[in-house]
Design a protein around this ligand. Sequence first.
Ligand code: RIB
Length: 315
Amino acid sequence: MRKSIVVVGSLNLDLVARVKRLPNPGETIIGKDFNTYGGGKGANQAVALARLGAPVKMIGKLGSDGFAKQLNDGLNDAGVDTSLLQYTTGSSGTALITTAEDGENTIVVIPGANGALLPEDLERHREQIEQAAMVLGQLEIQAATTECLGRLTQAAGVPFILDPAPAYSLSQDLLRSVTWLTPNETEAQLLLDAHYPGRQLSSPPEVADQLLKLGVRNVILKLGARGVYMAGADVENTYVDGFKVQVVDTTAAGDAFNGAFAFAVCEKGMAPRDAAHFACAVAAISVTRAGAQTSMPRLAECDAFLKKSKPKFLA
Ligand code: RIB
């Protein structure tokens, strides 16, 4: 039987102001427009997987407000199995996002119900986690819950992709449970600062090497439009190039990458390098449109994109 991919993490309603440029601290600027989108790193990764055609279950927590129904409906419409979502009293997760014309953004996350997802909630769904083809996590839920997720996946031998965003210092136990760690450069620096204070790292191979020394099995260092650098036990050390596209909104590009990478490995049986190439294409498509979950492409669109596009640095 086809195994599900399980995403454990956050669901946020994204409140998005579009502006010409990001304001400086203390500055007031007039924005262009305002929209709400389904977001949250966990939910975005689940939608990325579902749009591509993967069977995906989401474990997370919603509040008792109106946003909860909107977020749940958004996942259902995308094809995510929401039967494992739980509810608590109070507000759902929200994210205040400002998106500039050049595609850059700032994000403030208010965890709300996401912060109430506890280790015992994962224990309740232990069987689903243990039977998953792969488990995806991020860091917008309580640290203790992520630690518990690492323990459960490791004990069951289930591959675990951890997106360390937003980054904070991670325990060695958690790092040792991770199959694929997928930080961007800023997040990698933050993770390493905790273990090697004051040490300046320069090149992606050096950063990846230091992260591997902390015990993770593989690292995919996200380099934005440049693509990724991969290293570890299951892949030869390599750069995978990004694609040149017209950037509209970079929100959730990293989530698109993680969902697509998991899809390519689990559903298409791709080797990690090929999966990263596919995931770079999916992330590139996602930045050409506004919003988080709204920007996740379907498989046919990705296949068409890959047929006509060359990676940026390989022309
Ligand atoms: O990764 C993008 C996401 O970060 C947004 O959707 C927002 O909700 C925050 O979680």
